[in-house]
Structure formats: structure tokens, C-alpha cells
Design a binder for this molecule. Sequence first.
Ligand SMILES: [Zn+2]
Length: 295
Amino acid sequence: MAAVFYTSCSNGGSSESSPQNESSKRDESSPQNESSKRDELFTQNQSSKLDELFSQNQSSTQNVSSNLDEVTIGNQVWMTKNLNVDKFRNGDPIPQAKTDAEWEAAGKNKQSAWCYYNNDPANESKYGKLYNWYAVIDARGLAPEGYHIPTDKEWTILVNYLGNDAGTKMKSKGGWNSYTSGGDETCPNCVDWSAEYRSKVPCHTCKDRRRVSVPTQTNTGNGTNACGFSGLPGGHRGYYFGPFLDIGKYGYWWSFTEDDELDAWYRDLYFRDGYVRRPYDGQKGNGLSVRCLRD
Ligand SMILES: [Zn+2]
């Protein structure tokens, strides 16, 4: 039934998935410049319309960009918060799935649904709502007037524009879990040696143990938010049985673009690294965050 939506936006290719292949010369564009450019572009009216859509209660851990509702990144204008609407653009309510059974049924029946992470309204102000993909492509319109849900291709444009460490530039400065590293690790000195070379040459770093003891340390999972995207680790809700997973560790955002009968494309950010992933397992019945892009 929704096939009409796919034709214009599915690029079908995976060749553009690499976030690292764009030059880094664009790193020069500072978020300050972009922010002020944006300010010139927007009227008060548009700002207050957005205010109605979002809770006033903002995280105090984000950088200066969090005071803005939008940020210009390259040629795109992104919202800086996850979508938090419970009505479609035409005014129809989007059903809230509160129980695991309701959530799974919505996915099975290909019906739009939203939820709070852990069904807890306390997560709303920071993370917005989680939506299944059927809400994303619902003909009644999930994105507010003047906005749309980014296609897979539009996500790729963003990631390519940001270049190296795109995920670090997209992650907020606070709110991500930290993680420890170190302990018993592969010896960095001889890790790439061939078996033959190892048999002839002793490694003085690990004394041929192939492992070394590295002091453990705690690393931040936070990003720099250099582009103002302000990505937070809102986690997701699984389709089958409706479990809530990964808050603090992953942020997931839908694209408008279908992959196949069961899956749609999305992007995620991870607390342990600075990559933007484009996984293949985006089941349409999953609950992910949504970011809107200006038309
Ligand atoms: Zn070694």
C-alpha cells in the first residue's frame, strides 16, 4: 500500500555508505557561522511553532546549539531535537503502544505507533518519542509542516559532509555512557606479523606472548557536537516482544527509505566510537528516534 512512497527516494545502492571518503576540507566550516546564518534565515514564527512541538525542558548537557531548534549543516537544515509529536500533520492522533503486545501487534499489522522509552514520560523531554517505521511513512504525515523525514540518501549527504569522525561531531557533549578500555590486549607491535615472520623474529614488546597488559582507563562516550546535531543515545524498542534496549549507548534514527519487505534504512551512533553506522537490520516494527529535515 505504501509503495508509492519509495520510488522517489530509494537509491538502491550501498556504495555511498562510507562516511570516511569525503575530504576533510569542509571541517573548516564552523558551527558558529552556520548558526548565525541560520538565525538570519528564520523568523520568530517558525521558532515558536517548533517550541510548541517540543517540550521546554531541555538537557543542560548540550552545547550552545541546543538553544536552537534547527542547525544548518552543509546545505541541509536539521532539527536539533528528536521528534516528539503524538499527532500526524493532518491532526489524527498517532496511536501510543503501551504494552509489549500492543507494540508487536502494531508492527505485525503495519500500523503506526509510538512509545516513550520504557513507557516512561520522563524520557520525553530529552529523547522525544520512539516511532515505528509505519509512522514514519504514514500518508497523514509524521513530520511537521515544512519538514520531512530524511531519506537514506539525505543521511548519507550529512555523513559525507561531516567526513572523518562524523559520529563524534554528531554526538552531544554530554549524556552518553562512558566505557573502560585497557587490560589484557593484543600486542600492538607484532599483531600484523605473519606466522613465518613471528617464527623467526622475537617480539620484545610482548616477549612473544602476543598479549600485553595495558592500564585500564575510563573513556567518555560523549561527542564534540561540532556540527550542532546534538545526537543523544535514546536507545530503541525491539519489534518482537517490545523490549527497550541501549539507552545511554546508542542513538537510532529512521530514514524514510525502505530496504526490503521487512526492513528500512536507518543510522545509529554508538557510545564507544565516532562512526555513523548504516546497518541492514532496521526492522520496520522497531521503535527508533526521528529527526526531521527542512523541506
Ligand atoms: Zn608482540
